[in-house]
Design a protein around this ligand. Structure first.
Ligand SMILES: Cc1cc2nc3c(=O)[nH]c(=O)nc-3n(C[C@H](O)[C@H](O)[C@H](O)COP(=O)(O)O)c2cc1C
Ligand code: SF4
Length: 554
């Protein structure tokens, strides 16, 4: 009896030591924010994720049901962020015959050749420059061609944590793309090498005087020693158009209060509209004032509601020869740190409808070749990004997809300050889980993989730069076997989006020479159209076992 008890005690002690060991490992490792923030408990998530496909055969939702991002989309981002070969098995699980709004590309039997390794468009980093020069049409002193067609969308310091902003800034540098600061001002976390687009919101954080009005002097001082390449005046954002910003009290720390110039630990709301201008004429003048004072390209960001505004803007730009160098259109499906449900759900058009309503206005005003168009609103996937390009976008911005790449699990608690992964919180304990150096590599890999797969889709459609995909190759399939080309769905004229022969030639020159066609084997990955295949360091998605996942490996 005594021996039994001592055996039990020893077994209990061994189990306790094992649990303690795992907990200590969880706390010390840096790969997984969830395990670091929730030692032991966090393993359940990996286990459930591992058995998810089997469980879902019997219960709950399909791989494509969840919103804002389906399980398949999230898996694609997570795998891309790990630079894995992100292929899915057994074919599509979408009901293609009953899908509504399914984007389909008409491929060619003669795919274009991939760029040689180490050249623009080639592996390992798939550099893919934008087809237009930002600020060229208005002769801005610091006009430049963005090195990446995909860039990080504005997400304010405060709504995102210090470590998340740092991870995205470092990741942007590694992937050779731009990071938009969002409207929360410029923080030390933005100073890790990544080039920036500085956003000017209605609160003028980082560029306001004592009375809260816009101050050009403060703006110049704020951006003087950081690599700011462009300025963006935010008129509205898809998730809460017609509203100002709101940073809930739990997120307004002393540091954020200092950067924004507001009281700490109190809700920080910024006004719905700008005080520096109140109509189209004044907006154009404001843009010109900023551009003249800084030499930088200046753009606007807006969701699409009243089309009269866009017509007025295009008319004014055509009449004066001035105005924004770029226009960022945010879809109503866009994200935010916090917004009323009625605004998120019912104000502003979704991206595709909104953009397709605005582009024709600029095209008819003769401005479409001069303005750089940027799209945002769940465009961080190769098919969606290609669709945006086919509608006339020159670049896409990715917000929440970039958050997913650094560990966001779509818990949708961003507004509470209790984000479990350290991405959208100011809690030092929760932030501790997110290692900015490790996660920056994930952000960079995601951005690189997205460009790689956009290139692959372009080649499948016969072109070497995805901006050259003929819109006639893009179709929207609806339930009941109804399928319409993009032009018919959106009423586009035959030559839209406009592209002069000179610009077409310029874009063709943005991709390096084709690599010699290799025989089958590891070297043929690019020609076969699979980004990262053949890279000895790239493993295939989903090959890790349940045990690996339980231990949090990978
Ligand atoms: C946490 C969070 C904070 C954001 N902050 C800003 C902001 O400061 N300024 C802005 O213009 N948009 C902001 N956005 C909107 C994004 O920049 C983007 O336009 C929108 O989420 C659509 O892109 P996505 O679908 O790739 O996320 C924010 C979005 C999120 C999720
Ligand atoms: S994990 Fe949840 S709370 Fe954190 S950023 Fe993602 S959606 Fe927001």
């Amino acid at each position: 009896m005594a021996t039994d008890r001592s055996l039990l005690r020893r077994a209990g002690a061994a189990a306790g030591a094992a649990v303690g060991g795992v907990a200590a490992y969880d706390l010390l490792q840096r790969q997984h924010a969830i395990l670091r923030n929730f030692p032991l408990l966090g393993h359940l998530r990996f286990l459930l994720e591992s058995f998810g496909p089997e469980l879902r055969q019997y219960i709950v939702t399909s791989n494509d049901e969840e919103r804002p991002f389906s399980r398949d989309q999230r898996r694609w981002v997570y795998a891309s962020a790990k630079r894995q070969v992100n292929t899915f098995g057994f074919g599509t699980d979408n009901d293609l015959e009953n899908a509504d709004g399914l984007v389909v590309l008409r491929h060619t039997p003669f795919p274009a050749a991939a760029a040689a390794e180490g050249t623009p468009g080639g592996r390992p980093d798939y550099p893919l420059a934008a087809g237009k020069v930002l600020g060229a049409a208005h002769g801005r002193r610091h006009a430049f061609r963005p090195a990446s067609i995909v860039n990080v969308s504005g997400m304010s310091y405060g709504s995102l944590s210090r470590v998340a902003v740092e991870a995205l800034n470092r990741g942007a540098e590694e992937a050779g793309c731009l990071q938009n600061t969002g409207e929360g001002g410029l923080a030390p976390a933005h100073r890790h090498g990544g080039e920036l687009v500085y956003q000017i919101g209605t609160g003028y954080f980082g560029c306001r005087d004592e009375a809260g009005s816009f101050s050009l002097e403060r703006l110049k001082a704020t951006i003087s020693d950081v690599p700011v390449r462009a300025l963006e005046v935010k008129l509205s954002q898809g998730a809460k158009p017609g509203l100002g910003g709101l940073l809930p009290a739990p997120k307004v720390t002393e540091e954020i209060a200092r950067i924004r110039g507001v009281p700490a630990h109190r809700d920080c709301a910024s006004p719905a509209g700008h005080s520096a201008f109140s109509n189209v004429e004044e907006l154009v003048e404001f843009v010109e004032r900023l551009a003249a004072a800084t030499g930088l390209p200046v753009g606007i960001k807006s969701a699409v509601g009243d089309l009269g505004f866009w017509q007025g803007l295009a008319d004014r730009m055509a009449a004066t020869g001035g105005g924004p160098d770029f226009v960022t259109i945010d879809g109503g499906e866009g994200g935010t740190g916090a917004a009323p449900l009625s605004f998120s759900d019912h104000v502003a058009l979704p991206f595709k409808l909104g953009f397709a309503a605005v582009y024709p206005i600029f095209a008819r005003a003769g401005l479409a070749e001069d303005v750089v168009f940027i799209g945002a609103g769940r465009l961080g996937f190769p098919d969606e990004a290609i669709f945006a390009l086919a509608l006339g976008c020159d670049m896409v911005n990715v917000g929440r997809e970039a958050m997913l790449s650094i560990g966001c699990i779509q818990a949708m608690r961003c507004h509470t300050g209790r984000c479990p992964t350290g991405v959208a919180t100011q809690s030092p304990w929760l932030m501790r889980g997110l290692d900015p150096t490790l996660k920056s590599a994930r952000a960079a890999s995601y951005l690189v993989s997205l460009r790689g797969e956009m290139l692959a889709l372009g080649r499948a459609c016969g072109v070497r730069h995805p901006a050259l995909i003929d819109p006639d190759r893009v179709e929207m399939v609806n339930a009941g076997f109804r399928s319409l080309p993009l032009r018919d769905v959106f009423g586009y004229e035959p030559d839209w989006p406009l592209m002069s022969p000179a610009r077409r030639a310029e874009i063709e020159g943005l991709v390096g020479p084709p690599a010699p066609r290799p025989g089958p084997g590891p070297g043929a990955g690019e020609h076969a159209g699979f980004p990262h295949v053949g890279d000895p360091d790239a493993e295939h998605m989903d090959v890790r076992s349940a045990r690996d996942r339980l231990t949090g490996a990978g």
